[in-house]
Ligand binder design. Structure first.
Ligand SMILES: O=C[C@H](O)COP(=O)(O)O
Length: 246
């Protein structure tokens, strides 16, 4: 069986301050955890995190352009320069609030990889798509738009399955629902590159907390979490990080 090192990622979204940086860094410094831990604060705080072997850092977005007259944008080279090893791309909030498409996500992912930053590419179905039993179809469309068009990306990225209806709502997919989708994603990708599909880490995101994470994490195709709200509470995030893959 392929070993995939679990990745527990914090997405602070547009939250946090220097106090939270310190509290999070101090908390994570004090724990022992075999998984990879990633913090994605607003980019302005990246440089405030002390260097540590206990965690790594990421951004929540990057530009689809390399450099130039793009007011307000931050390039992949720039986030790399302030310590980002990962970047979250295509989060449902960016898709629904800022009009990002799979084409934009693809361009950003290519910029990220060129800069030495690993993309975490997010997909998920809305509630109405789930109710209409379109979940797998929606996921297949996204996966094909990104990975079938550019198979090389698969081995160089992380995937996050985030059902839109579970984000910030307190609703989570059941472990069985999540496993079913994660297994589908892996099988679908195996048609593009079997080895890369076996190795790619697929994170679950959507109202993950210290109470529900263990049962989700015990599913065979769930390789980690993308944690929003609960990552703003250092003790709870540390508890999530310390749970073992069973
Ligand atoms: O990126 C994180 C997800 O949007 C999940 O957020 P949440 O844990 O607050 O539901």
């Amino acid at each position: 069986m392929t070993f995939r090192r679990p990745l527990i990622a914090a997405n602070w979204k547009m939250n946090g301050n220097r106090e939270l940086v310190q509290a999070t860094a101090t908390m994570l410094q004090s724990i022992d955890c075999p998984h990879e831990i990633l913090i994605c604060p607003p980019v302005i705080f990246l440089a405030d995190f002390p260097k540590s072997t206990k965690y790594c850092l990421g951004a929540q977005n990057t530009s689809s352009e390399k450099a130039g007259p793009f007011t307000g944008e931050i390039s992949a080279d720039m986030i790399r320069a302030v310590g980002a090893e990962y970047v979250i791309l295509g989060h449902s909030e960016r898709r629904s609030l800022y009009g990002e498409t799979d084409a934009t996500v693809l361009q950003k992912a290519q910029q990220a990889i060129a800069a030495g930053v690993t993309p975490i590419i997010c997909f998920g179905e809305t509630l109405s798509e789930r109710q209409q039993e379109k979940t797998m179809w929606v996921l297949a469309q996204h996966l094909d738009a990104v990975y079938a068009a550019h198979p090389d990306l698969l081995a160089r990225s992380v995937i996050a399955y985030e059902p839109v209806w579970a984000i910030g709502t307190g609703l989570t997919a059941t472990p069985e629902q999540a496993q079913q989708v994660h297994a589908f994603i892996r099988q679908h990708l195996a048609r593009i590159d079997q080895q890369a599909a076996a190795q790619v880490r697929i994170l679950y995101g959507g109202s993950v907390n210290a109470e529900n994470w263990q049962t989700l994490f015990s599913q065979p195709d769930i390789d980690g979490a993308l944690v929003g709200g609960a990552s703003l509470k250092p003790a709870e995030f540390a508890a999530i990080c310390q749970m073992a893959k069973e």
